[in-house]
Design a protein around this ligand. Structure first.
Ligand SMILES: [Mg+2]
Length: 391
């Protein structure tokens, strides 16, 4: 059996054109700070990490990370790569535990777990390529004819602009939409009204036969969310996402127990045990771990099992191909988040410029090929002139 011989990490800095997002396009955790200047800076990022794991026979698996790419690169290069080189990629569960336990003092959450995730995703791509099967076929196979997706954009902005965007998305056949709130606690009652106005305006366009999800990106607090929930109820949102900061698990549980709007979250939680806590405490009605942070596909599959046992649906965060493979292979993953292809704005879209092969949604669904080995993506050279690459 071929062994892992090297790990190559590259940071991709986007230097190409970007679309400037409108003022307060999405609430976020920095909103609580007394801060002048660009409060939205923590939301935008124009950097990505690719992580290529190569075996002795020359097969390369591709993983990636979008969280703090320069630091994750350093962590992989200095700490994780030496633990993985020389191992058989099919010993993925052992490799995962080795990475987790050998760096346990500092690696369990944040940068460390993001590095583990990038390597783990690459190992799954590698295994698929080595056996000539798509990753979802190694995870449980096809549980859906095709994957329903939800349109994930609709950043807060002028009401008419948001309505026009929803109108356009409807023409493309989407039946579910996620929008971002632009106002939070610091904006008081007037901001609440601005938030509600936009939800109402979107419902006007999409009606009540389509799903509408609402995203706070941790920009509210418990008090504000408790006051907002009853006001939002009549718009029948499918869920309210990350109303409070990721560490306030009790806050999530309290809001979810109000049973007015299902609460979702988990994209800033790490590892199996972190997600188990969210499930056990009934903090979320929909779990949205991010495979790039939670511990990769190996951890995601274990979390899927405990979520399924608790009957909590899993809808992984981010419209990236590794999440589609997990969704395809699990009955308990009903739908995928989908970032429509746009010019580079907040940075979510960058993977479209780095990779080739990400499936695109057609009429609100996307498809995975039964015969494409691995995750089905390659690193693209089409947009190289717009990147500064640090190796
Ligand atoms: Mg989110």
């Amino acid at each position: 059996m071929t062994k892992i011989k090297s790990i190559r990490t590259r940071v991709w800095n986007w230097t190409g054109p970007t679309v400037p997002p409108s003022g307060n396009f999405c609430t976020n955790a920095s909103d609580a700070l007394w801060m002048k200047g660009d409060a939205m800076a923590s939301f935008r990022f124009h950097q990505w990490l690719t992580c290529e794991v190569e075996t002795e026979d020359g097969t390369i698996g591709i993983g990636n990370a979008a969280l703090a790419p320069t630091v994750v690169k350093k962590a992989i290069d200095d700490w994780y790569a030496p633990l993985v080189i020389g191992e058989d990629p099919f010993d993925y569960a052992y490799i995962w535990e080795k990475m987790y336990r050998r760096t346990h003092a500092w690696g369990r959450k944040g940068i460390g777990m993001t590095a583990i995730s990038a390597i783990d995703i690459a190992i799954w791509d590698l295994m698929g390529k080595l056996v000539g099967k798509p990753v979802f076929k190694l995870l449980g196979g096809r549980t859906k004819e095709k994957i329903p997706v939800y349109y994930s954009k609709l950043y807060a902005g002028p009401v008419e602009t948001m309505q026009a965007e929803a109108e356009e998305a409807m023409k493309n056949g989407y039946t579910a939409y996620k929008s971002r709130f632009g106002y939070g606690p610091k904006d008081g009652m007037a901001g609440m009204r601005e938030n509600l106005k936009r939800v109402e305006a979107l419902r006007e366009v999409i009606g009540y036969d389509r799903d509408l999800m609402l995203e706070c990106y941790m920009g509210w607090n418990l008090d504000y969310a408790k006051r907002m929930l009853p006001k939002l109820a009549k718009y029948e949102p499918r869920w309210l996402e990350e109303p409070v900061i990721a560490d306030d698990v009790a806050g999530y549980a309290e809001l979810n127990a109000m049973n007015i709007v299902p609460i979702s979250g988990g994209e800033h939680e790490f590892s199996i045990i972190g997600c188990k806590d969210l499930i056990e405490k009934k903090a979320v009605s929909v779990l949205q771990y991010d495979t790039n942070r939670v511990g990769g596909i190996t951890a995601a599959q274990k979390i899927n099992a405990i979520a399924e046992a608790a009957q909590i649906p899993v809808i992984p965060h981010a419209g990236q191909v590794h999440n589609y493979h997990l969704t395809m292979a699990n009955t308990n993953c009903p739908i995928s988040e989908y970032f429509p292809v746009f010019d580079v704005e907040v940075g979510n879209e960058l993977f479209y410029y780095i990779f080739e092969g990400d499936p695109e949604a057609v009429d609100g669904y996307l498809q995975l090929d039964d015969d494409k080995p691995g995750l089905g993506i390659t690193i693209s050279d089409k947009h190289l002139k717009h990147f500064e690459i640090v190796e």
